[in-house]
Design a binder for this molecule. Sequence first.
Ligand SMILES: NC(=O)c1ccc[n+]([C@@H]2O[C@H](COP(=O)([O-])OP(=O)(O)OC[C@H]3O[C@@H](n4cnc5c(N)ncnc54)[C@H](OP(=O)(O)O)[C@@H]3O)[C@@H](O)[C@H]2O)c1
Length: 327
Amino acid sequence: MDLLVLGGTAFLGRAIAEHARERGHAVTCLARGTTPPAEGVDFVVADRDDDDGLAAVADRRWDAVVDVTRQPGQARRAVRDLRTDHWVFVSSANAYRSFDSPDLPESAPLHEPLAGDVMADMEQYGPAKVACEDAFRAAEGTATIVRAGLIGGYGDDSGRSGYYPWRFAHPTGPDVLAPDAPEATCGIVDVADLAEWIVLSAEERMDGAFNACGPSIPLTEILAAARRVAGPGAPPPRAVPAEVLAEAGISGWMGPASLPLWIDDPADRFFGKMDAARAQAAGLRTRSIEETLASALAYEEVRETPRRAGLSDDEEIRLRAALDGAG
Ligand SMILES: NC(=O)c1ccc[n+]([C@@H]2O[C@H](COP(=O)([O-])OP(=O)(O)OC[C@H]3O[C@@H](n4cnc5c(N)ncnc54)[C@H](OP(=O)(O)O)[C@@H]3O)[C@@H](O)[C@H]2O)c1
């Protein structure tokens, strides 16, 4: 295949480009060049915010085009300017309007599409993804719409999948602080598994929407796996009540001063828990959580950017001291 990846230099897009190249496809990536492309791919430097940003790749017909954008204007211009038999658009679980029940099918209600070309902030992320989906669905040719759940593994710059294995491998005391949330669950799809399936979806021109998420696993089991991955010297986890975390200003899910992977807002407790049977029947395979956490740890050990999730050493030490003082 002659495959064009719009993006293709960051986490998932890069994994797609690398896997496609390993499968023997001719891969071209287009991005602004903030980070270098993978080896062995053709690279076009261009800014898709420019109206003619795709001019350099518009003069030929592609077997498939993969897009990871979140900006509806970029998606609409791709459909307007490029010629291909098949589109793959990486959408998100955030496209769904609500997560008030688990195992959402692909037919569950979506947000209203964003009307404008540019999403102003992350509040508009879901509607923006729906607007992008609409653009690719309306395009000529077939389109795989990939509604991805949380993606983890090597290269996860958000730090969500890497924080716990890294923290167990680099403890600040006799335990690793974690939320006291025995009912909490989380699913992570490994970036390598998702990339492999996305390339397959392009090869086979799969048409329609597919939920692509990892199996839902209790957070306590994820923590146990993270501890095993960190090695025999790793200390045990210590469960911290949600009220204590809230008082200390520590949030769930992601970001600074957080305990990641824990959904602390009950309204969102089924977030990302979608029914992935359709993608599985079409070949999506998901590796074990240990393998994903081990890959995420390998990345944390070499990352050059600041960690963007979890507790800093100081934050964990202060929280433990407060817990011990409270006795
Ligand atoms: N991480 C998760 O857990 C998660 C969950 C669900 C869905 N998703 C979706 O999965 C996808 C992740 O893909 P990713 O990791 O490859 O994406 P990403 O981190 O969003 O990377 C964006 C790519 O597009 C390029 N780009 C950005 N602005 C551009 C512009 N104006 N012109 C040209 N290129 C531009 C970037 O390179 P330059 O900056 O150099 O231009 C980069 O290659 C996204 O669609 C995301 O919404 C993620």
